[in-house]
Design a protein around this ligand. Sequence first.
Ligand SMILES: Nc1nc2c(ncn2[C@@H]2O[C@H](COP(=O)(O)OP(=O)(O)OP(=O)(O)O)[C@@H](O)[C@H]2O)c(=O)[nH]1
Ligand SMILES: [K+]
Ligand SMILES: [Mg+2]
Length: 435
Amino acid sequence: MAATDTIFALSSGATPSGVAVVRVSGKDAFDATGRLVALPAGRGMVLRSIRRRNGEMIDRGLVLTFPAPHSFTGENCIEFQVHGGRAVVAALQDELLSLGLRAAEAGEFTQRAFSNGKLDLVEVEGLGDLISAETEMQRRLAIEQSAGGLSAAYHDWAERLTRCRALIEAELDFADEDDVPGSVSDQVWAEVAEIQSEILSQIRATESATRVRDGFKVVIAGPPNAGKSSFLNAVAARDVAIVTDIAGTTRDVLHVDLDIEGFLVRFYDTAGLRETDDVIEQEGVRRARRAVAEADLVLLLSEIDSPPEQSDNVESTAPILAIGTKSDLHPSARRSYDAMISTFTGEGLDTVRKLVLDRVRENWNAVSAVGAGRLRHAGHLRRASLFLEEGLSGGPLDLRAESLRLAAEEIGRITGRVDVEDLLDVIFSEFCIGK
Ligand SMILES: Nc1nc2c(ncn2[C@@H]2O[C@H](COP(=O)(O)OP(=O)(O)OP(=O)(O)O)[C@@H](O)[C@H]2O)c(=O)[nH]1
Ligand SMILES: [K+]
Ligand SMILES: [Mg+2]
C-alpha cells in the first residue's frame, strides 16, 4: 500500500442514494481525472459532464477540487458528487481504475491525513468515533476530540513540562552565570505538581468519557423471581428476556441498549443470585456477579418486604440502588427502598429511569469539565504521572529533569507527535544567556 498511489473510494453511504460522493486523493488526482472532466483551476466547484475517455457521458455532477496541501488528506483531492445509482458509481469507478488509480483501503484517506500532519492520532480517533456515534453525547464527545480541542490540552501539558525542564537545565548548565535567575526550582516544582494534578483529574475524566462512548452499564441484579427480567422488558418496551414464575429462569447475561436523552445506557439482566446445585445456573450466577463487578450502577431488585438474604451480599464498587418490586402486591411496604416499582401497573418505572439518568448525568459532568479521551490516553497519562511523581520526589537535578522529559514524551505519544523539542530555543527565549 504505497502512499504514492492515487486512490479513490465511494465516500458516501450505500447505493442507490440521491447523491453519491466519490473521492480521489493522490499526486496524480488532477492529471488523471482531468481526462474525464474539465477541472476548475485551483480550489473550486463546478457542475460538469463527466465522460469516459471515449467521450461517452457517465453523468452530470458536481466536481470539487482541493489542491494539496489544502485538503483532508493533504494531497491533491477531487470529489465527484454524482447521482447515487449503482451503475453510475460503478461506471465512474471503472473509469478511474482504467486510468491507473487504485481503490482505497479502509481508513486510507485518514491514514494519509495523519502522515501528512493534517490530523494527529487523537483527532483520528475522534473522527472514527464521530462516524460511529449513535447518540447525541457520543457525538459531542467525538466532535470535541476530532476538532483538536483535546489535542490542544495534551499539547499544552507537554509544552509546560518542556518549559519546566528547560528552566531546570538552565539552572544545571548555567548556574554560575549572572543572567539566569537564582533558584527557579521551587517555582518549577510547584508547576510540575499542578500539571500532575491536572493529569490525574484528566485520567478520571477519561474513565467517565469511556462510559459515554461505550455506554453506561446498568446491571439489574437480585434474588430469583425478583422481577429482573420483567423490569428489563419494561425498560426496553419489548419482550427481550424470558419471564416465568420459575425461580432461576435467566441464566445468560442479556443486555439492551437504550438512548436516554442522548446517552447510551446499557441495561443488563442477570441470573438470580442464590446458592444452587444446578451447574448451568451456577455459571449464570458467576456471570451475574462478574457483571455486577463491572457495573457503573447496580439496580438491586427484590420483592417488597422479602427477607434481605441474597441481596445483601452483592459486591460492587459501583453505586447500588435498592429497588422494591411488585408494588401492586404490597400496597404498604415496611422496608425502605430508593424506588418501588410494579411492571404490572408501571408504577415507579419513571422514578427508576430518573435515578439512572441522574447518575448518567453526573458522569457526563465529570467528562465535560475538561474534555476527555479514551483508555489509550489514560494509559499514557498514568505513565506520565508516574514520571512526574519521580521528578517531584527529589534526588539529583539531572535525573529529575530526565523524569520531566520522559513524562512529556509519554504525553507526546498520545497525539503521535513526540516533539523533538528544541530545548536550547526555549532557554534562549527565556534568558539572554548568550549575551
Ligand atoms: N405481581 C407482580 N408480579 C410480577 C411483577 N414483575 C414480575 N412479576 C412476576 O414475577 C415472576 C418472576 O418474574 P421474572 O421477571 O422472571 O423474575 P426474575 O427476577 O427475572 O427471575 P429469575 O430470572 O428467575 O431470577 C413472574 O411470574 C412475573 O410475572 C410485578 O410488578 N407484579
Ligand atoms: K423467574
Ligand atoms: Mg430473569
